[in-house]
Design a protein around this ligand. Sequence first.
Ligand code: RIB
Length: 293
Amino acid sequence: MKILNFGSLNYDYVYSLEHIVSPGETISSVGLEIFTGGKGLNQSIALAKAGVKVYHGGQVGEDGQLLMERCREFGVECSHVNMVDGKSGHAIIQVDQNGQNSIILYGGSNQKIQKEFIHGVLADFGMGDYILLQNEINNISYIIDKAYEKGMNIILNPSPFNHRIMECDLKKISIFLLNEIEGEQLTCESSPENILVKMIEMFPDAKIVLTLGGKGSLYGDKNHTYSQDIYPVKVVDTTAAGDTFTGFFIASLLKNKGVKEALILAAKASAMAVGKKGAVDSIPYYNEVINVK
Ligand code: RIB
């Protein structure tokens, strides 16, 4: 059984500010740091740091050498990462003094995924393998259809949420990991409990994980529901906390841990990620996570 993560790779330009800029306002940043990130890359590295061999599918631009090197540094298999003309994706991230962020995305090579490339990547995977997707590359609806035809188990983190998610055949998804806002957009419910109930009603064969930021997370499928608290830490930067949660939750399931243990490990790992600046650099290793009390 193999896991393919078909997703974005970005350069993250992280500006530290007193507060997130308001419409019409100009403010000076206190600092600028450049990190590697992207929901796809972050989640691949989180899976790898959690101890799972992961294949990354995606595209970088002519400036993307470092993005591939970062993936390889953590043991992510990159033979399905293509280098194409033009610029790689990037994100402009404002982080305020409370560690809260606000992100502008430039898709670049992440938004130039062609169908032929998708066929080539999927050719190496088959029945029973897993595919993880986020919503920072184009053609995800097509990837879902093709992966489903092959009998792959499809995991979706519908983030960032937009009309493209609604164009996907979501009945084909085996595991959803989404936050409260994405859950509300999908179900039209507003309380976390109602979002979960509605998600289970809409997708009775799926496992659903609803992350609630500082309020922890909820899990549901047609037989079980669980809730998981956060591990409180001083918030430095919330970037990639959700990606860390996703990587550790999925890695734990793939390592045959039960859902409850997977939720605990994911909560510990994401707590460690919010305590550090950056995306990839804030993701902890499995051995660090299991020592959190
Ligand atoms: O989830 C965090 C990621 O979102 C950042 O690394 C940034 O690249 C954006 O894609």
